[in-house]
Design a protein around this ligand. Sequence first.
Ligand code: ACO
Length: 325
Amino acid sequence: MGTAILGTGSCLPERVLSNVELEQIVDTNDEWIRTRTGIENRRIGASGEFTYQIAAQAARRALEMAGVGAEQIRLLVVGTISSHMLMPSCACFVQQEIGAHNAFAYDINAACSGFLYGMDIADKHIRADRDAKVLVIGAETLSSRLNWQDRNTCILFGDGAGAAVFGHVDAAERLVLGTNHYSDGRLWQLLYMHQAPSTNPDLLVPDNPGVHIIMEGREVFKHAVKAMEEAVGGLLDRVGMTIADVDLMIPHQANIRILKKLMERLEIPEEKVVLNVMHYGNTSAASIPIALDETNRAGRLRPGTTVLFCSFGGGFTWGATLLKW
Ligand code: ACO
């Protein structure tokens, strides 16, 4: 008995931006990007395509698979750091777009950990109210928040959305086994993005960086690997399992070097790890639910499959979740 994923969905903008095209925009090259990050392509939303629109499309697909109507959703949360407005939330825009009028809706600002934090909320909400159906979405249009002249950051990110519908099941399988999440605001300056450009430079730090993502890449790398390793270790200990019990790992798709280092530290073989960062880059809160949906639709999630999720993002925020499919 417990909280299960009833359906998954995703939506990726059609426009593909390759490394070779990026060479025309900024001083970089395909070889550097591939070897340092594993990224080959990323998707970029059309001009005027807002985060809530791709989020809503991913949600419709998840609802359809779950066989749940939008009006049955009691709670709707969206993990995002790229909503087109501060108020209303992206979640409220999605709510009106899909007609989830019986839900209460809000956003989670947890960067790349937004979807995992959302899973945690869904699990706890459903434990308190077994009849509730919860829709959790991770959605970003980070292409609108990048400084396309900053080769340290603009090559890394992409746009996309993923969603999952959660509900209570009586079966012994398909349920959340445990979650283990953390945040640490002390290191915020290693990865951040201002809310909006200011017309008064005095209100901002001296370099007045506007809404662009600012990052100390090497430091983020080190913290990401260590934090995810510890979160996974802590969670496995808590539920009395080992890494050998994990059938599939769906990590946040930050970049291939972080993921390879993590696999090495966790001693999990690559064939058990879902990797799609080469196709979509880092889609922040959307990366885990997109990978989840692709894995699900490819038939890799069979009854009894133990799935481990882990994430790390700006804040810092990080964590791990274990699920029995
Ligand atoms: N193209 C070509 N050259 C570049 C580029 C680029 N896009 N970016 C940087 N360089 C150059 C630098 O200027 C530097 O040149 P120099 O030696 O002449 O000074 C050289 O490449 C090395 O730069 P570093 O920043 O030291 O490169 P590093 O090996 O650390 O790789 C990277 C950079 C890929 C950002 C790496 O630090 C990393 O993966 N960090 C993790 C960051 C991350 O994934 N953030 C996402 C958000 S958080 C999350 O999702 C987990």
